[in-house]
Write a protein that binds this ligand. Structure first.
Ligand code: 9G3
Length: 572
């Protein structure tokens, strides 16, 4: 491709409303342009990278035995009503009516649509296992779309769905997808971790998220520094710490703590460490008050508590509820004397003589001991794991906290959708059985964006060859004026093209500095600089964008090196 005839609208300035580096660089490199909140044009360079990721995904899905289909973006309300999700989802599900007043939505995911295909077409166990996938545009009306393609409203997703005769067969399908995902993200040049994850609203029994490690990631994950345990913090198990050695319970003591509400304030005022304090949180679970107890230096994991209580909604109680439940202003709540359900974190069970609110404004209690002072019905792991916590799976390992960008998510769905839509098969005895499902998503745009989050420097993007828009760029010095430069550049261009290298010839009538800056900004991995001075010795410069390494080579050598580097990077 010749740059002068292509369409790469690069920007010098960083757009003000782009907060993360990948969003900034994708705008500046002329890869995307915003049409509306969370809705983007994919310009030529952006589309080329998107298509590269799609092709890697497609190859690995096909290799894993999945079969490609394409389902509609517009889906009928009836299917969503059968699964019960039409009313479950709020405004995130973009609903509309057609000209005949029929109700539809823009597909945010396709469990219902694909299960409808299978319930109509699959009748026998001989047709299973079956894995159908698509690479298709989804729409989710996010309240706050941001970070460019990282959290858009319209986005390209690969979504796959597996169908099996039973749970153990479904596990085999799940594992095939899990391995295919590892290959996909390795081939995309991403540094990622697969982590145990909560299944969230989709239901099902278990799931893993594939997280690209990046400081700008919205997800918090932990991994053990010894074994291969890794989990989203939403799900990570906090190891049950050993109960403190037997300590004599001391007499309860009420102390004045005027205006001291937070753990930090009370800890400083009473000169006690937060680790011998207990924070008492008042929440509303499906609008019913519930109290959670955690050690002062631990944080509540609302997903764990929500899963434990089995409630639909869980939020911190407003001040007036706290006052009603505890009789005190917020900041002085404690478990002693409360008449509501209390759930205590496992660590609290091992605590003795701890400090907590007195359920009296401006007062706290010292030397509280659960058995003596208040009845706690339920103990459970309801806290977020912290950096350095002991690993729950191995002896000696410790938890390390990371930020991650979720680029893939695989779920064991069980029979939630096949039950709801009556997708069954006849087994070898002719008996009707329910189908077991799995579902598997990859964010295509998010994969490109997270690759940029992981691979950039102050000059711009540093694409790994497999998903770079072009493999090589030829930056020419005075292409228009210097006959020698033009001849050599065109020759190198033709040789690389005929070798299957995707090459961009920068033949613009621009100053070299502009060309070099653009080449760095758009992140093309290999660059050949053709200038009259080096051509006198029959040489050109070869620059590796990732390492900055610059070599002065004979033209033929440079062409061979580029071909070899590309072949090496694309080996599957
Ligand atoms: C909705 C809306 C938003 C949603 C969903 C449904 C997320 C929804 C979870 C999934 C699960 C898997 C197949 C590919 C992999 C992920 N947001 N999820 O189900 F109606 Cl508005 O999408 N689906």
């Amino acid at each position: 491709m010749r740059y002068s005839q292509y369409f790469i609208p690069t920007l010098k300035e960083t757009p003000s409303d782009a907060e993360v580096i990948s969003h900034q660089l994708m705008l500046r490199a002329g890869m995307i342009r915003k049409v509306a909140a969370g809705i983007y044009d994919y310009l030529p360079l952006g589309l080329r990278s998107i298509r590269k990721v799609e092709n890697i995904v497609r190859e690995e899905m096909n290799r894993a035995g999945a079969i490609e289909i394409l389902m509609p973006m517009v889906t009928p309300a009836e299917l969503w009503q059968e699964s019960g999700r039409w009313d479950f989802y709020g405004k995130e599900l973009l609903r509309f009516r057609d000209r005949k007043d029929g109700e539809f939505c823009l597909g945010p995911t396709h469990e219902e649509v694909v299960t409808d295909i299978v319930r109509r077409e699959v009748r026998s166990y001989r047709q299973l296992p079956l894995n159908l996938y698509q690479i298709q545009t989804k729409f989710r009306d996010e309240i706050r779309p941001r970070f460019g393609l990282m959290r858009g409203r319209e986005f390209i997703m690969k979504d796959a769905y597996s169908f099996d005769v039973d749970s153990s067969a479904a596990d085999i399908s799940y594992d095939k997808m899990y391995q295919a995902y590892r290959r996909i993200f390795e081939r995309c040049g991403l540094r990622f971790r697969a982590v145990e994850a909560d299944t969230g609203s989709i239901g099902g029994t278990s799931s893993h998220e594939f997280m690209v490690l990046a400081e700008s990631g919205e997800d918090a994950i932990v991994s053990c520094n010894c074994c291969d345990y890794a989990a989203n913090v939403e799900k990570a198990e906090a190891r049950i710490s050993e109960v403190t050695a037997h300590v004599e319970p001391r007499p309860l003591e009420k102390v004045a703590t005027p205006g001291k509400k937070s753990i930090e304030e009370v800890s400083a005022f009473l000169d006690v460490p937060s680790s011998i304090m207990v924070k008492t949180l008042v929440l509303l679970a499906d609008d019913e008050p519930v109290v959670a107890l955690l050690r002062g230096d631990h944080d509540l994991n609302e997903i764990k508590l929500k899963n434990l209580l089995g409630c639909e909604t869980l939020e911190m109680a407003p001040d007036e509820i706290v006052l009603k439940v505890t009789g005190a202003q917020p900041g002085f709540a404690g478990p002693v004397g409360l008449a509501v359900k209390i759930v205590a974190d496992l660590v609290v069970r091992g605590m003795r003589n701890f400090v907590t609110g007195a359920n009296e404004t401006d007062m706290h209690l010292k030397n509280v001991n659960l058995e003596r002072d208040c009845a706690v019905k339920a103990f459970a792991d309801i806290r977020n794991v912290s950096q350095g916590d002991p690993c729950p799976r191995c002896e000696g390992g410790a938890m390390e906290l990371w930020r991650g960008i979720e680029v893939g998510h695989v779920f064991k769905l069980g029979t939630k959708y096949s039950q709801a839509l009556k997708a069954t098969y006849l087994d070898a005895d002719g008996k009707e059985q329910i189908i077991f499902m799995g579902c598997y998503g990859i964010g295509v745009g998010r994969s490109v964006a997270s690759c940029i989050e992981q691979n950039h420097d102050e000059n711009g993007i540093i694409f790994p060859i497999p998903i770079a828009p072009f493999h090589c760029i030829i930056s020419t010095v005075n292409y228009a004026k210097e006959e020698e430069v033009r001849k050599a550049s065109d020759a190198i261009y033709e040789q690389l093209l005929s070798a299957g290298v995707e090459v961009l010839l920068d033949d613009r009538d621009e100053r070299p500095g502009i060309k070099f800056k653009d080449a760095d900004l758009i992140g093309i991995p290999l660059r050949i600089v053709v200038g009259a001075k080096n051509l006198v010795e029959g040489k050109v410069e070869l620059k590796h964008r990732a390492t900055g390494e610059m070599e002065l080579l004979l033209v033929a050598e440079a062409v061979e090196k580029v071909k070899a580097a590309v072949a090496e990077a694309l080996k599957k």
